[in-house]
Design a protein around this ligand. Structure first.
Ligand SMILES: NC(=O)c1ccc[n+]([C@@H]2O[C@H](COP(=O)([O-])OP(=O)(O)OC[C@H]3O[C@@H](n4cnc5c(N)ncnc54)[C@H](OP(=O)(O)O)[C@@H]3O)[C@@H](O)[C@H]2O)c1
Length: 284
């Protein structure tokens, strides 16, 4: 793995690089010349990316970073700053989904979801911002979701974290632009990653006596069908690359054919029509 930083080499930090979108994004950015810090909470999962990086002689380094842990975030960002002396791009990618009807969700299940998906993004971004502000440049890429623009049954915990990321990013962008820092939201559709396997089902929603049991079964069947037509994670990685190499990045980028179709619907339909269309698709 390359270790020296050339004057023109941009430095990237990606969270959640052990699998899926984070893994692919770290590889894509390093293959395109970015000195990439592929961070993950469990370095035991780094074997694949490490051996690929060695084989291809990529400028990719591994650092432990758990987005839910203040100390871990501080240590990781400090050691990257000490070594590379700058951070040009932060990709806030780490996340997982909690699945369950709202009434079935326990407070601790919701809190854990927010701790990773929202407070994780806040924690890492606040650690990186002073560095970007001093260097008067930077791009923060927040991996949101189509679910950052519309809800679905069983998704209230997950969807609300992604809506929060959208609002957070939109507000931050006004504050940071004067310092040369851009904020980008990447909104993937259904992507075939480890996401479904890592999904946490709310305990109560697994009880067959839950009043939402049948609804959750129907939704799970529809999602399974959508997953089969889902995109691969390199679709998202390419969108991130496009955003961070753009002279003037947009606030939002969609990633995946399905999400383009849904958001077309959102733009062209009334709320009532969109709601009806979602019901027909998800609650058959
Ligand atoms: N797949 C989709 O359809 C889809 C669609 C829209 C948006 N997204 C978003 O894309 C992002 C990546 O998901 P993915 O699809 O690539 O799923 P994935 O394959 O399950 O990857 C999730 C990554 O996040 C990491 N992670 C979870 N908790 C963490 C923590 N506390 N600290 C650091 N890393 C943590 C995981 O690490 P471990 O391996 O240690 O668990 C893993 O590296 C998420 O934000 C997700 O919401 C996914």
């Amino acid at each position: 793995m390359a270790s020296s930083l050339s004057a023109s080499q941009k430095v990237v930090v990606v969270t959640g690089s052990s699998s899926g979108i984070g893994y692919e994004t770290s590889l894509t950015l390093s293959r395109n010349g970015f000195l990439t810090y592929a961070t993950m909470r469990n370095l035991n999962k780094s074997e694949n990316i490490k051996s690929l990086a060695e084989k291809e002689k990529l400028p990719l380094k591994l650092i432990e970073l758990d987005v839910t842990d203040d100390g871990s975030v501080k240590n990781a960002i400090q050691s990257i700053k000490a070594e590379a002396n700058r951070i040009d791009v932060l990709v806030n990618n780490a996340g997982y989904g909690v699945n369950g009807a709202f009434e079935d969700l326990a407070m601790e299940e919701i809190r854990a979801q927010y701790e990773t998906n929202l407070f994780g993004v806040i924690r890492v971004t606040q650690a990186v911002l002073p560095i970007m502000r001093k260097q008067k440049s930077g791009i923060i890429v927040n991996i949101s979701s189509g679910a950052g623009r519309f809800g679905y049954p069983g998704g209230s915990a997950y969807v609300s974290t992604k809506f929060a990321i959208e609002g957070l990013s939109e507000s931050m962008s006004y504050e940071l632009e004067p310092f040369g820092i851009r904020v980008v939201l990447v909104e993937p559709g259904v992507i075939r990653t480890n996401f479904v396997n890592s999904m946490v089902a709310a305990k109560k929603s697994q009880d067959p006596n839950s009043p939402y049991s049948q609804l959750m079964k129907n939704v799970a069947t529809s999602f399974q069908q959508m997953l089969e037509g889902g995109s691969s994670s390199d679709v998202v990685a390419k969108v991130v690359l496009k955003a961070v190499t753009s002279e003037n990045p947009s606030l939002r980028y969609l990633a995946g054919k399905d999400v383009e179709t849904w958001l077309d619907g959102k733009r062209n339909m009334s709320d009532e029509e969109f709601y009806k269309m979602m019901k027909q698709n998800l609650m058959k």
